[in-house]
Design a protein around this ligand. Structure first.
Ligand code: NIG
Ligand code: FE
Length: 404
């Protein structure tokens, strides 16, 4: 690891230090040593005894923590534009899923693709996220749905993490849909998932375990079996919960100390309370809400009142959220879900990191990883204000500035 010390000065910092507020420092400096932030504060107070090897003048540009996209399904084959057309003509997402389309159509396309082409398409998507300031991304499996194909998708996620400056966390979402070879036998499929999970973990492919608890996917009892298998392996859990109906999934996941529950449009007051007790993060996904033309809003006020941390993510996937713009998601979190721009930014930095169990990033404070982005803005509210402008920040990953 390099021990070079770099000084970035004359930045308008949005540190997000502390529980609320942007943590602004108007004429700020960052001192980076190796991969970490060694010092953060006003330029006037930069310690004089530092052995600085390089300096950058940011001329008042805004600096935020690197963005954390804590919920994506980046690895898949094909696309589902034809289903988009069907849905616009009135066929529902559930109907498409029940008649063999939906996730299962992407499973067929993913199985038909070889590992290199899955890698190439996912690489292009990851680079697009990076260009908008993403420094950490979570990638779920869930379009392979067999031991072999799930391992392949998770290997692609690991390879992206190894070859890009991006940090990649991989989540096993084998309980995403019922593959055709298990038609009519969901309990047998869940048994198979629980049986292959230890091997995936032994290959170092899994950081967390997720499931889709929904009428068109798996029941709470089936979800619980997956969570028990994860717990046996010491793996943290997350859940696609209460997206299309209230299944009590969030309370179930909170009982397992889940890192996050995601979607949550149909979350009940009991679910909110259980998440608050467990410290589970609420990951809201405005892209899926918008693209599926949902009308039921997640209970943002109740989450806020209960002190549940709120994260925002792209949920990039070919069926319900084919976006690769984290900045557009910040905007939609405000316009559709009525988050404040500050809440939205926290949602894609510090709270996104928390949804992944990562305490070493998401704020610009001493000791954190030196992942940050430099924006052509005067105020952090502009992060969610500029709509579809394709703003491209300069990005520093673990202390090194690179081009995505
Ligand atoms: O997060 N809800 C389940 N999973 C994905 C969508 C998957 C798909 O339609 O391909 C989601 O929205
Ligand atoms: Fe998802």
């Amino acid at each position: 690891m390099s021990s070079a010390t770099t000084l970035w000065r004359h930045a308008r910092l949005a540190t997000l230090a502390g529980p609320t507020g942007y943590g602004q420092v108007d004429d700020g400096a960052l001192v980076v040593r190796g991969e970490c932030l060694q010092w953060v504060g006003p330029v006037a107070d930069v310690p004089s005894q530092l052995d600085v090897t390089a300096e950058h003048d940011l001329h008042g540009a805004l600096v935020t923590p690197g963005l954390v996209d804590c919920h994506t399904h980046l690895v898949y084959g094909g696309h589902r534009a034809h289903e988009f057309e069907q849905r616009l003509q009135g066929v529902s997402y559930e109907e498409i899923a029940r008649t063999g389309g939906g996730i299962r159509s992407t499973v067929a396309a993913t199985r038909a693709a070889d590992e290199d082409s899955l890698y190439t398409s996912a690489l292009a998507r990851a680079r697009q996220l990076m260009r908008e300031g993403v420094t950490t991304v979570e990638i779920k499996s869930g379009y392979g749905l067999s031991a072999e194909h799930e391992a392949r998708c998770l290997r692609v996620a690991r390879r992206l993490g190894a070859e890009l400056p991006l940090t990649v966390r991989s989540t096993c979402l084998s309980a995403h849909a019922l593959p055709p070879e298990f038609a009519g036998r969901p309990d047998d499929y869940i048994a198979a998932v629980c049986a292959w999970l230890p091997a995936l973990q032994a290959q170092g492919l899994v950081d967390a375990v997720d499931a889709f608890c929904e009428a068109i996917a798996f029941s709470p009892a089936q979800t619980q079996r997956v969570f028990d298998a994860a717990r046996q392996l010491g793996l943290p859990v997350k859940l696609h919960a209460e997206q299309l109906s209230d299944q009590g999934g969030a309370a179930l996941a909170a009982g397992y100390g889940a890192l996050s529950c995601d979607h949550l449009e149909h979350l009940s007051p009991a679910g909110v309370a259980a998440m608050a007790r467990a410290g589970t993060v609420a990951v809201l996904l405005p892209g899926a809400y918008y693209f599926l033309r949902e009308t039921k809003l997640p209970p943002v006020a109740a989450l806020r009142d209960a002190g549940v941390p709120i994260a925002i993510a792209t949920d990039h996937n070919p069926g319900s959220s084919p976006t690769l713009s984290p900045l557009l998601m910040l905007n939609m979190a405000c316009t559709l879900f009525r988050l404040t721009p500050e809440e939205a930014l926290r949602g894609m930095t510090v709270n996104g990191a928390r949804a992944l169990g990562l305490a070493d990033r998401g704020q610009l404070v001493t000791g954190q990883r030196a992942d940050f982005a430099i924006w052509p803005h005067e105020h952090p509210s502009e992060m969610s204000y500029w709509l579809g402008q394709q703003v491209q920040p300069r990005v520093v990953w673990g202390g090194q500035e690179r081009t995505a």
